[in-house]
Write a protein that binds this ligand. Sequence first.
Ligand code: NAP
Length: 220
Amino acid sequence: MRVVIAGGHGKIALILERLLAERGDSVVGLIRNPSQAADLEAAGAEAVVIDLEAASVDDLAPHLRGADAVVFAAGAGPGSGAARKETVDRDAAILLADAAEAANVARYVMVSSTGADADAPGVRDEVFTAYLRAKGAADDNVRARPKLDVTVIRPGHLTDDPGTGQVTTAEHTLRGSIPRADVAAVILAVLDTPRTIGQTFELIAGDIPITAAVTTSDRE
Ligand code: NAP
């Protein structure tokens, strides 16, 4: 399998790159800072330098051609304001979908967030509200595309704890956290499980082995 990951130097992305490369899959990470390329190469991934807030569909599509799947794992990150939630968390995810369609790559796995909702009511603070709305709008946009085979994963609060291999998935989970390592392992399982196409689910730590949690029909 050949997988292209947007946000290739993100914490989840670097773990996923290593998982894919270790089992012999080919993986490309899209980064905007060339100095990060060495970290991707160490993880077994090829780095492509492209700024997803500046690129056009024509710039991005050639890098996706021939891939079996794209994964959106970019994010404006903590410390960014509302404007970058829109330009990265929403618009870059939509750009990836436009480019995937142009490159004839159907499979799209979105790393979204619990609470993502284009119409989210104002919560906690203005930036967090913008984040939830940007994530929700991106999810709605990519899911509405008949040409794409989309799975939307909505993790709870991310931690850098070691992965446990066990999770809870549901349409709506309780509030909770999850190690990034387990999110990466869930993405890998989702890529291997075509029946997750069309699904949106929340994800927190739990006690169901990842393969079972991803292949379950309980969410359908
Ligand atoms: P992360 O470590 O913050 O990585 C995000 C990556 O996106 C960074 O490597 C960043 O690169 C890249 N990026 C930002 N702007 C870009 C641009 N214009 N072009 C190309 N790449 C760009 O992410 P993570 O912690 O693995 O999380 C992955 C996803 O989970 C994010 O979408 C996040 O919103 C979501 N999520 C987070 C939480 C949480 O608790 N934090 C909960 C649920 C979901 P630079 O180094 O160049 O900035």
